[in-house]
Design a protein around this ligand. Structure first.
Ligand code: DGY
Length: 322
């Protein structure tokens, strides 16, 4: 009997996919950083029973409708806005993701980005490497305090809660805005629910961890930045499209807010010539929220098991359509 066929769209460590090799014939795009071209992905999707995909692969209506053998798509991410889940569900294709296993790692990075932005760590590191450090000065590269300030978390999912937990160590006041109230986070972490507007008005750090949906797309627009304090620092570690980047550029350039730290962008990879990257009060990193060696391996293993389970007609550990 022929085994099902699985295509993996980026090179993953061999040991993370061993479970899959038992049950499927697997082929893998051989490059780690170069995405699989669209035509190749389409060609593979037409014959595959399973796809292990990255957040940069568009699994859209066109692809789904040509993938007549496809039973499962396992995304190597908790977010799945690159996949047309509605269309996949209509076709009976299971869409899986990698929640939980990356929450702490992504929260660590989010907090690191917040700290780097507030305390101007990237600028300071560049300053010393550029040979600019001639003397100590009382206000040299002075940043903004983090401890005892107010953090406003937009999107209180698993990662949001893990960021809130870290904020308690800095004795921060925690505000959050979410589709639903999170009673456990309120009682365990002392987080206070408020409206989006209240959060913007009262937070020193506004941290976006909301998934990209029709409701969140572009929610950080000109009006949102105007409602923030002039001293506010904006951090985004969810998806670039929750932000209107032109409005953010204006806000940073004109002192509407103090600074921003971005792990994600409307177009990834963002080009070095992008005006946002010219701003001294912007810290930019290349979508590395969950990028620790340990976590990326665990994510790859989970994605492999998700595919394996669907191919064996078992319930996958993490499925987003039901
Ligand atoms: C995710 O899992 O959605 C993250 O953005 C990947 O770093």
């Amino acid at each position: 009997m022929t085994k099902p066929y699985v295509f993996i769209t980026r090179k993953l460590p061999e040991e993370t996919i061993v479970d899959l090799l038992d049950v499927a014939d697997v082929s893998m795009w051989p490059y780690e950083e170069e995405p699989v071209p669209r035509e190749k992905l389409m060609e593979e999707a037409k014959k595959a029973n399973g796809l292990l995909t990255m957040l940069s692969d568009k699994i859209d209506n066109e692809l789904i409708n040509q993938a007549s053998h496809l039973k499962v798509v396992a995304n190597l991410a908790v977010g799945f806005d690159n996949i047309d889940v509605e269309e996949a569900t209509k076709k009976g294709i299971a869409i899986c993701n990698t929640p939980d296993v990356l929450s702490d790692t992504t929260a660590d990075l989010t907090f690191a980005l917040l700290m780097a932005t507030a305390r101007r760590v990237v600028e300071a590191a560049q300053y010393i490497k550029d040979g600019q450090w001639k003397n100590w000065g009382p206000m040299l590269l002075a940043g903004t305090d983090i401890h005892h300030k107010t953090i406003g978390i937009v999107g209180m999912g698993r990662i949001g809660e893990a960021v809130a937990k870290r904020a308690t160590g800095f004795e921060m006041e925690i505000l959050y805005h979410n589709r639903t109230r999170k009673h456990e986070a309120e009682s365990k972490l002392g987080a206070n629910y408020c409206s989006f507007e209240e959060l913007l008005k009262n937070s020193d750090f506004i941290v976006c961890l909301a998934p990209l949906t029709a409701e969140t797309r572009g929610m950080f627009n000109e009006q949102a930045f105007k409602q923030m304090k002039e001293t506010a620092i904006f951090i985004n570690a969810s998806r670039g499209d929750v932000v209107d980047e032109q409005a953010l550029f204006y806000a940073l350039k004109n002192g509407v807010i103090k600074a921003a730290g971005l792990d994600v962008f409307q177009n990834e990879p963002i080009g070095a010539e992008h005006p946002l990257l010219k701003l001294p009060n912007l810290v930019a990193i290349p979508h590395i929220g969950s990028a620790s060696v340990e976590t990326r391996k665990v994510m790859a293993e989970l994605a492999s098991r998700n595919i394996r389970n669907v191919l064996l007609d078992r319930q996958p550990e993490a499925i987003v359509n039901h």
